[in-house]
Ligand binder design. Structure first.
Ligand code: NAD
Length: 485
């Protein structure tokens, strides 16, 4: 086990290691949930959430929360996931700040009615789309990026003029506890509240009527959320996961590909919804890619990744045990060891993996990278298309036609060509799944749009009221209508 004080990364992050003693998330009394949601409903019904200033104030409060508590946030992430400080800064703190600042900058523009053209039939008149909030929004967050996956949708819902109940994951207990402490300090109780807890508390929460539910997590619970939402006809966004494939072509720069794949896979110890789940390597580069992946792991994390300050931990013992069982699905190229007590699992690459093996059955969601051999893009595309639609797809190819083939002939939530999951960082690319990997999207303006109803409004003057619309319907009117429509 690596204790505090061992090693120091170039970024100056603290030593690795998640908490070894269990941390427990709080549990909001079930009996209080209806009243808590009622307070948010009253906050919304007061009408004050609709104004630009109120919305700006919420975003400013979110930004202040992040800036003033960065040290505590990073510490909670270390306790929950052994998250290296740089990964916490990049993917949680700075990412959340970036999204919040972007919304703050654009908000006034987004609130202006969006003009659209008016066809002859509706002339004279003006057509506009008017943004309106939905009401009370429920955000249910997972444990892998427990800060940003809760804060970004919550701030987006507030920016769109809604009130919010935030349910952090009980699995990332230190972050859940931090939310319970910080949210009441920065937000009015009629604007945003936290409900902490597991299945019992979340089930009670889902009995309430919401105007939108934004859920991030696995598909099994996604189905539970959608069924609960159906009772109130509540729209949902489901940000789910899946097995994101990664094809490596002979035309790829293998050194760069190995580095980018290893980074995307072993970041957060593989617990990233868009991590490359498995590699489909062209037979002609398969062996060389394996060598380069093994060398990259060493270069990133040293000879003993357990001592690296730049490598995270598995979130809990249950997931650690689940992952350890998957190691038998192939031959170990690098890694393959683990320590349940400290929740360490080495960055692992597997070869000779059968498509029917356990590691290829479910989303891995951990630092195990199976590499399968394919004869070329055709076989890889048909392999991908025989499976559920993934959240992301990666293709590493210098040959642009190969990348275009994957884009045109496969379906996935999103694609990055020649890198891992950086499409997420582009605010103008909505992020979300398709099919089994989810429904709806957010990031950038699409976060705001997700929590808005863009109300279509046609404004007509009283003057000019041609009789063409009204009975008696004549042959002549019919002819005119055909011309106008
Ligand atoms: P999790 O166990 O924390 O569950 C997510 C949330 O659902 C938690 O708040 C939890 O309390 C709640 N929950 C759990 N069981 C419930 C039940 N029976 N009824 C109601 N609520 C319940 O997280 P997880 O599901 O293990 O997260 C990992 C999954 O999430 C992976 O599949 C991953 O790919 C996916 N994910 C997707 C994204 C994305 O943006 N698309 C991001 C992160 C994770």
């Amino acid at each position: 086990m690596v204790g505090a004080g061992q090693g120091a990364s170039a970024a100056g992050s603290a030593a690795p290691g998640a908490a070894t003693a269990p941390v427990t998330a709080g549990a909001t009394p079930v009996a209080s949930i209806a009243e808590l949601v009622g307070g948010l409903r009253a906050g919304y019904d007061s009408g004050r959430t609709r104004g630009l200033e109120w919305r700006r104030k919420q975003l400013a409060a979110g930004i202040a929360l992040v800036k003033e508590n960065e040290r505590e946030i990073l510490e909670a992430l270390r306790v929950d996931l052994g998250k290296p400080a740089l990964e916490g800064v990049m993917a949680e703190v700075s990412y959340t700040l970036g999204e919040a600042r972007f919304m703050l900058k654009k908000l006034a523009g987004w609130l202006k009615p969006r003009k659209v053209s008016t066809p002859m039939m509706a002339q004279p008149g003006k057509s506009v789309l008017v943004q309106e909030p939905l009401g009370v929004v429920c955000v249910i967050a997972p444990w892998n990026y427990p800060f940003q996956l809760a804060m970004v949708p919550a701030l987006g819902a507030l920016a769109a003029g809604n009130t919010v109940v935030l349910k952090p994951s009980e699995v990332s207990a230190a972050t859940s506890n931090l939310f319970a402490r910080l949210i009441p300090r920065y937000f009015d109780s009629s604007a945003m509240r936290v409900v902490e807890g597991g299945v019992v508390e979340t089930s009670a929460l889902l009995e309430q009527r919401f105007d939108h539910i934004f859920y991030t997590g696995n598909g099994a619970v996604g189905r539970v959320v959608m069924a609960a939402a159906a009772k109130h006809l509540t729209p949902v966004t489901l940000e789910l996961g899946g097995k994101s494939p990664c094809y490596v072509d002979p035309s790829a720069d293998l050194d760069v590909a190995a580095r980018r794949i290893a980074w995307g896979k072993f970041y957060n110890a593989g617990q990233t919804c868009v991590a490359p789940d498995y590699i489909l390597a062209h037979a002609s580069v398969h062996d060389r890619l394996l060598e380069k992946l093994a060398a990259t792991v060493k270069q990133f994390y040293g000879a003993d990744p357990q001592r690296s300050p730049d490598y995270g931990r598995i979130v809990n013992q249950r997931h650690h045990r689940r992952l350890m069982k998957l190691l038998g699905s192939g031959d170990v190229v690098v890694g393959g060891t683990g320590d349940e007590a400290t929740r360490y699992l080495a960055p692992t690459v597997l070869k000779n993996v059968s498509p029917d093996s356990p590691v290829m059955a479910e989303e891995i969601f951990g630092p195990i990278l199976p590499v399968l051999k394919v004869s070329g893009p055709e076989e890889a595309i048909s392999f991908v298309n025989r499976r559920e639609k993934p959240l992301a797809l990666y293709v590493f190819a210098g040959d642009r036609d190969v990348a275009e083939q994957f884009i045109a002939r496969t379906s996935s939530g999103g694609v990055t060509v020649n890198h891992a999951w950086l499409h997420l960082a582009v605010p103008e690319l909505p992020f979300g799944g398709v099919g089994e990997s989810g429904m709806g999207a957010y990031h950038g303006q699409s976060t705001f749009d997700t929590f808005s109803h863009m109300k279509p409004v046609l404004k007509k003057p009283f003057l000019f009221d041609p009789s063409i619309l009204y009975p008696p319907y004549t042959e002549g009117k019919q002819k005119m209508i055909r011309k106008l429509l």
